[in-house]
Each structure stands twice: as C-alpha cells, then as structure tokens.
Write a protein that binds this ligand. Structure first.
Ligand code: P6P
Length: 335
C-alpha cells in the first residue's frame, strides 16, 4: 500500500460517488465542517494562552454554565455552515431553537446539520480531550422554503453522514456517510486532515467498560448488577468524562460505554440528536452496536424534542449483546 498522503478533501471528493443522490453538496458540507474543525482546533490548542477559558457566564439550553470555548466553537461552526450554502439550517446544544439559514442559496440547500460544538467542555480547563460531534440529514421540508423543526426530528437511521473531531494528543476527525468509518489526523505542518485510520472496525469484544461509577447507588437495580458483573469479570474501568474520547478509545481497543438513567437524569444525560445518534451511526458502521437501557436500538428512536436526552449503551457488539441478555435475564428474575 502506498504511503502517499490522502487529505480529507481528496478522500471526500473521491468517495462522493458512494452515495448516488449527492450532487457535490454533501461533499462541500463535509469539507466546510473540516474547515471549522481546524479553526476550533487552533483555539482549543491556544485556549490556555489567550485566556478564552473560564466561565462565559451564559447558560445553554440544558441550564449548564457555558465555557467561552463552547461559544467560540458554536459560532465558528455556524459561520462555516452559513458560508457553505449547502446547509439550510442548524441545531446546536448551545442554541435553544434551530437556526434557519435564510440566504437564497441556503434556502434551496438539501441538508440540515446538528452538532455539539464542544463535547466535554468541562474538561478544557484541565487539558483533557474534548470533541465536536456532528450529524447531517437531508431535509424533509419543501426545498423552496426555510427549514422546519421536522427536518431535525428525524430518526438517527435517516442520517446521511455523522462524525466527530477529538482534540487530544492529536486532532482526529472521524466520519461516516454510511459506507464505513474513516479517520483523518490533522498534520499541523500542512494544516490538512490526512487519512490515518482507513475503514475502522471496532473489536468484537474488549477488556474495558466505561461508566461514571460515582452514580452507582443511583442506577437501576439491573444496571448495578451489570456493573458488579463487569467487576466480577475483571474488566477495567476507563472513564474520561468526554463521550467522544471514551467512544474513540472503544472504536480502537474495544469495550462498552454506558450512560444509563439515573435519579438526576431519569431519561439519561446525553442528548439523542447531536450526541447519541451520530456516535451510534459511527459505531454501527464500524461493526458495533448501540441501544438504550430499554434495549431499543438508538437509531430507531423517534425524536420529539431537539434537546431530548437518552440513555445509551454503545460499543463492541458482543459486549452490548452480553449487557442486553444480562438485563433481560435479571429483569425477568426480578419481576
Ligand atoms: P458525567 C460531557 O459533559 C458529557 O456531555 C459527555 O461528553 C460525557 O460522556 C458526560 O457528559 C459526562 O457526564 O455525569 O459523568 O460528568
């Protein structure tokens, strides 16, 4: 295999024939997201130096305090997607409502984009990996009018593309358009994302489980028993507190990530539309599985609200199946 550098742009253009209906717009959209990721990466890397850390003071739609870098990343993504002319609307964790992009070109655009601009932002101040997550759908509303809420409330199985950027020891963009998963590492010396992980396949099983064990006493009984079982099986606990980083590790080393319902978050904490759905699309495309603690496939859940939460169990297929059968068995014996 040649060691020739393949940039993200080159790869996207070469693969645009993978999906018959695209007329280059999805290609343009993915490239624009790549540009936004480079801009955000620059600021994430400089954050400690130019003092844009610290609490922005505002609160996002989840009532969480927003760090300045969240707002910066949010603004840059909206700016790049607005300039692209390929996107008719966006929805973000940082915006209460969806944002139609009303320019003439965009109004005829076919796609909407949902994103978490900076996942794990509470980790920024302590130099732990954070990420950006994005999810792309074809609009369902008429193309000669502004986008509508229905364009965003589609099942995860309808996504045409999804991806994430992890800002860690290196910056890696991972995405899928439904034809496998590929990873691109940013080479700062040339300012390009270069193909570094071709056709990522998650290991069928693994030695790691990833859950906030601090909530153990607040889990449902069968989840507590499953966590006990992980310990009995001598699995190793790894929990970074950034969903992108925990799932990125699982894609390469295998394992299972769980954010179940708790008393504080009876429907789970993570957001269905711009966290669980895109990460589940990627995981399934890499051969993994993703369900909620009602044992329903995440991508089949019909959304009813932009910011609705979901419980999630995602990772190596054998481990998700084992967890599912464990819960089924335990629930059966406890009814
Ligand atoms: P907890 C980060 O705030 C986040 O949204 C995900 O990236 C992460 O997996 C989760 O919340 C961590 O939540 O309750 O364990 O701190």
């Amino acid at each position: 295999m040649s060691n020739r550098i393949i940039t993200l742009d080159e790869f996207i253009i070469k693969r645009q024939n993978d999906f018959s209906y695209a007329t280059g717009e999805l290609t343009g959209l993915l490239r624009d997201i790549g540009v936004a990721a480079k801009i955000v990466n620059r600021e994430v890397n400089r954050a400690g130096l130019i003092n844009i850390l610290g609490v922005h003071g505002a609160e996002n739609s989840s009532g969480e305090t927003v760090q300045k870098l969240d707002m910066y990343a949010n603004d840059k993504l909206i700016e790049c997607l607005s300039n692209s002319g390929e996107c008719c609307g966006i929805a973000s964790e940082e915006n209460e409502d969806f944002v139609p992009l009303p320019t003439i070109e965009s109004k005829n655009a076919k796609y909407v984009v949902l994103f978490d601009p900076l996942d794990g932002s509470s980790n920024i101040d302590v130099n732990v990996s954070v990420g950006t997550i994005f999810s792309i759908y074809r609009r369902v509303s008429s193309e000669d009018s502004p986008c509508t809420l229905d364009d965003f409330l589609q099942k995860g199985v309808e996504q045409v593309a999804a991806g994430y950027v992890i800002y860690g020891t290196s910056t890696i963009l991972v995405y899928t358009t439904g034809n496998g998963v590929n990873g691109f590492t940013l080479d700062p010396s040339i300012g390009e994302f270069c193909l570094s992980h071709r056709n990522i396949q998650v290991p069928k099983t693994g030695q790691y489980y990833s859950i906030n064990q601090g909530y153990y006493s607040k889990f449902d009984l069968e989840m507590r028993r499953y966590v006990d079982n992980c310990s009995d099986e001598n699995l190793r606990l790894r929990y970074i507190g950034t969903m992108v980083a925990d799932i990125h590790r699982i894609l390469f080393q295998g394992g299972i990530f769980l954010y179940p319902s708790t008393r504080k978050y009876p429907d789970g904490k993570l957001r269905l539309l711009y966290e669980c759905n895109p990460m589940s699309f990627i995981m399934e495309q890499a051969g993994g599985k993703s369900i909620n603690t009602n044992l329903q496939r995440i991508l089949d859940v019909k959304p009813t609200d932009l910011h609705q939460r979901a419980s999630i169990v995602i990772g190596s297929p054998q481990m998700v199946d084992e967890m599912k059968s464990f819960v089924e068995k335990y629930s059966a014996t406890t009814t």
